[in-house]
Design a protein around this ligand. Structure first.
Ligand SMILES: [Zn+2]
Ligand SMILES: [Zn+2]
Length: 178
């Protein structure tokens, strides 16, 4: 589990209901796009990093030591100053794109299927390389066989792979799928 300590802090300060944004749990999301900070993965108190959400754990609190995981005024959080600007741009783009997809998914009526993605891949391959799968794979530095399996709906790309592809195509996840 990862979290943004500043989000927790703000939610507590404003009395909002604290929820666990689904997208923090996705390994592909590394930064908070609101606060431009790295998501925390290790409890600052007990230094455990396998804080899986348990049914009895309180959101915003460490499931191991029960300490509050929001940032404290004197707590320097992980800032992004040490990350190269280009890398930061990619990380923020990924967070935003995944966040948008999750926000939109309930309205997409049904979960995205292999067939939906196969259709999306075919459509993008038509645009990028006039339907040439090998050329598409070469341009995006992907294994040819893998692209073939995706196009046939035999296999689903991992979310992080899909996000990287979308970033290279300059399409958000939603734009890619719909
Ligand atoms: Zn945040
Ligand atoms: Zn802890």
């Amino acid at each position: 589990m990862s979290w943004c300590p500043i989000c927790y802090q703000e939610w507590q300060a404003t009395g909002s209901v604290i929820y666990e944004p689904l997208f923090w749990s996705l390994a592909v999301v590394k930064v908070c796009s609101l606060h431009h900070c790295l998501l925390a993965e290790v409890c600052p108190y007990c230094h455990k990093n396998d804080l899986f959400l348990r049914w009895h754990s309180r959101l915003g609190y460490c499931s191991q030591c029960q300490m509050w995981l929001g940032s404290l005024p004197d707590n320097s959080h992980n800032n992004l100053k040490n990350i190269a600007e280009q890398e930061l741009e990619v990380l923020l783009w990924i967070s935003k794109s995944v966040g948008e997809l999750i926000a939109a998914t309930p309205s997409m009526a049904s979960a995205i299927t292999k067939q939906d993605l196969a259709k999306a891949f075919k459509a993008h391959i038509n645009v990028v390389s006039s339907g040439n799968k090998a050329e598409f794979a070469r341009q995006l530095q992907l294994p040819k066989n893998t692209v073939w399996l995706w196009c046939n709906g035999r296999n689903l790309p991992q979310l992080d792979t899909l996000v990287q592809i979308c970033h290279r195509l300059n399409r958000s996840l939603i734009e890619f799928i719909t």
